[in-house]
Design a protein. Structure first.
Length: 167
């Protein structure tokens, strides 16, 4: 699942969240599936039927673990969550969206050593969100995203919602 938004009401048109699972790319899953025939070859001298079962089981298990262990990026309840880390959106500045060459620079030479990052290979887009909390040694959050525009918009929306007094 790439991303989803939850709606607060059918007619309101407002969204109250963003969610994206940074799952592995298709090529990574194919590479993991190559472990199945290797496991089957190891068990083949014992019994070919057992080897087929073990090979299939190893392949399915590896792919399932890779998908289940993929981190989730979410914006909800005034908080940005990226994997196990979370931060209140009030402590963040304006998000910057990077794609293409800008994203490669943001992930590589432009990556500040004190920034917190959740970077996944095979995902081109990157969102850089500066941390405005003076007590936090982290300078920014750098997060990979397949839909960086939507992630940045969700952070901005959450910041506006937190700063706007309710009626």
């Amino acid at each position: 699942m790439q991303n989803s938004t939850r709606h607060t009401g059918a007619r309101s048109g407002r969204t109250d969240g963003y969610r994206e699972r940074l799952g592995p790319s298709l090529w990574i899953l194919v590479a993991a599936a190559v472990a199945a025939p290797m496991a089957a070859l190891v068990v083949t001298p014992i019994d070919t039927t057992v080897a087929l079962v073990v090979g299939a089981g190893v392949g399915i298990l590896l792919i399932a673990l890779m998908i289940a262990a993929a981190p989730v990026v979410a914006v909800r309840d005034g908080e940005l969550r990226a994997g196990r880390a979370h931060i209140d959106v009030d402590l963040l500045g304006a998000p910057e969206v990077h794609v293409g060459d800008d994203a490669r620079h943001a992930r590589g030479a432009g990556l500040h050593p004190r920034s917190w990052h959740l970077i996944r290979g095979g995902i081109d887009g990157v969102v850089v969100i500066p941390v405005t909390d003076e007590d936090d040694p982290t300078t920014a959050w750098v997060i990979s995203s397949r839909t960086p525009d939507r992630l940045a918009a969700a952070v901005r929306r959450a910041q506006l919602t937190r700063r706007t007094p309710s009626r």
